[in-house]
Design a protein around this ligand. Structure first.
Ligand SMILES: CC(C)(COP(=O)(O)OP(=O)(O)OC[C@H]1O[C@@H](n2cnc3c(N)ncnc32)[C@H](O)[C@@H]1OP(=O)(O)O)[C@@H](O)C(=O)NCCC(=O)NCCS
Length: 233
């Protein structure tokens, strides 16, 4: 008589969920050049930046000062003050108005998140670009010059991702967009300053491969002192 087949070995319960079973929440992202119609968002974002940096007492900018200085007809993007806006949407972007921008082809990417984004401020940052397109962050930068390299570079004045959108790779996307543009233009470096208590940003920059130069100090002439120098013969 043939021996009975051995009972099947017990199967181990899976320790991780199969990739396909993970909940996925696609977020469509776009980084594009800001336009004058973005000024209200830019102003709100900059103010949030001032709140974050505990510097609202120094914040005197208005929508009108941004309109006239950031979007003056003489400003040529990347050769003057430049703002890149990060937009996100749960749906693919359907508008095409930025696709043929002569200065900058928008960067788009789909990011798959495990959890949906809960954005309590959505209403304040919804754009007119169809299909629930929300402004999530920005970067403002302009050219400077390195005499040692003999090349221009970019100085990043502000990088900001709204709180609900942090730790999803968006800050990295914005700074990478600036670095890409610098490389494209043959520029020698991208630099910025960070407040010493902003340990999260410092970690973010270090993880991106930036060096924090401890020996340099920021100097600033402003307000009455600037006026006084300006009035000196
Ligand atoms: C700093 C800031 C722009 C980073 O943007 P972000 O979208 O949250 O960053 P990312 O998701 O792209 O982070 C990329 C990597 O940086 C590191 N990082 C980012 N935020 C971090 C934090 N809070 N703590 C530790 N590491 C952090 C991580 O390595 C992260 O990768 P991981 O999430 O896979 O671990 C954003 O936190 C912000 O706007 N903060 C407030 C304003 C500010 O500080 N601006 C900079 C002023 S100098």
């Amino acid at each position: 008589m043939a021996a009975a087949a051995p009972p099947p070995l017990p199967t181990e319960p899976p320790t991780t969920m199969p990739e396909t079973a993970l909940p996925r929440h696609p977020v469509f992202t776009r980084i594009r050049l800001a336009t004058p119609s973005d000024v209200p968002y830019i102003h709100k974002l900059m103010h949030q930046m001032a709140v974050f940096e505990r510097l609202t007492h120094l914040f005197t900018a208005t929508e009108s000062s941004y309109s006239s200085t950031l979007f003056s007809p003489d400003n040529k993007p990347f050769h003057s003050f430049t703002v890149l806006i990060l937009e996100v949407s749960q749906n693919p972007f359907t508008d095409t108005q930025f696709d043929n921008d002569p200065f900058y082809k928008p960067l788009t990417k789909v990011v798959n998140l495990e959890l949906p984004i809960d954005d309590p401020e959505k209403e304040n940052f919804r754009t007119q670009h169809g299909n629930e397109v929300i402004v999530a962050g920005f970067v403002l930068f302009f050219p400077n010059y390195s005499t040692f390299l003999g090349k221009p570079g970019f100085y990043v004045e502000d990088l900001f991702v709204r709180e609900s959108y942090r730790r999803k790779g968006f800050g990295k996307m914005l700074l990478t967009a600036v670095a890409k543009q610098a490389v494209k233009m043959g520029y020698g470096r991208v630099e910025w300053v960070v407040l010493d208590w902003n340990v999260n940003a410092i970690k973010f920059y270090e993880d991106l491969g930036a060096k924090i130069l401890q020996e340099w100090r920021l100097c600033r002439l402003t307000g009455e002192n600037l006026e006084a120098y300006g009035a000196t013969d």
